[in-house]
Write a new protein. Sequence first.
Length: 324
Amino acid sequence: MHEVEKSSAAQQVRTLVVDAGHDGQRLDNFLLGQLKGAPRTLIYRIVRRGEVRVNRGRVRADYRLHLGDQIRVPPLRLADDKAGSAGVPGAAMSGHLETCVLYEQHGLIVLNKPHGLAVHGGSGVQLGVIEALRTMRPDYPFLELVHRLDRDTSGLLLLAYDRKVLLSLQAQLREDHMVKRYEAVLAGDLQGRRHRVELPLLKYLLPSGERRVKVDREGKPSRSDFEVKDRRQGLSRVSVRIYTGRTHQIRVHARSLGHAVLGDEKYGDESMNLHWRQRGHTRLFLHARELEFSQHGPFPERFEAPLDPSFEALWQSLQQGGQG
């Protein structure tokens, strides 16, 4: 599509051509990926006003793109366009994330996400993993999160730079064809070896607007299987397999057992958290350790993320105790 240059603003009009990697994607999601830093409300507004055109015509935000579609994108002033914007990862962050990449082939990136790093921007977070990697991988026209991890949870995070891989893996997650195991440290001595928790979880908002989750009969079905691996000094190290991927699932199910995840500021034991925080152990002790695919295609059927040094440091600092 040719644009007549009538002003400096007009020179910023772009025409994007849909390639095979975006064939079938919704227009709104495509624009969110292309217009880094643009809020969703802005995307919907420019589409609704007809400022975005597909093949010279107006379409809805849920329009499904087709190979070869030409998309006219109007000039936009985004926060991330500014020089030195916080939306661009610094050298230290980029370098650290590169060391966290465990696998990058066949349309899939497997990352051992550090704790304390959000997977995407929003809610006061200007830069997350997905925004950083899009900047670090400018040759990938498509890059999306397959799933999410809480900001304070470390471990395996999947991203796809091929749309077919994205849809395939998300289908496996929905249909429980992907085994997900976590490692956690719980407050207190969790007795017994194995515990199955099948409690429905319901999301709600605090008066402040903060999102929380609670056990409630009106919630969504959820299942977590806990296996105790070791006990030391009033703490229990456990492996957890989850069969559903509800928000804060392990954290709320652990609390229902009477043994919250250590370092959990939302659902945890405040006195226990304070005790260990004063000794330098400040993180949420929850780590996405293993992923196993039933339909893995060209990439390995199983991935494992080494524990963060801060996780191991806690356990090694404890006096050796019995496993019970």
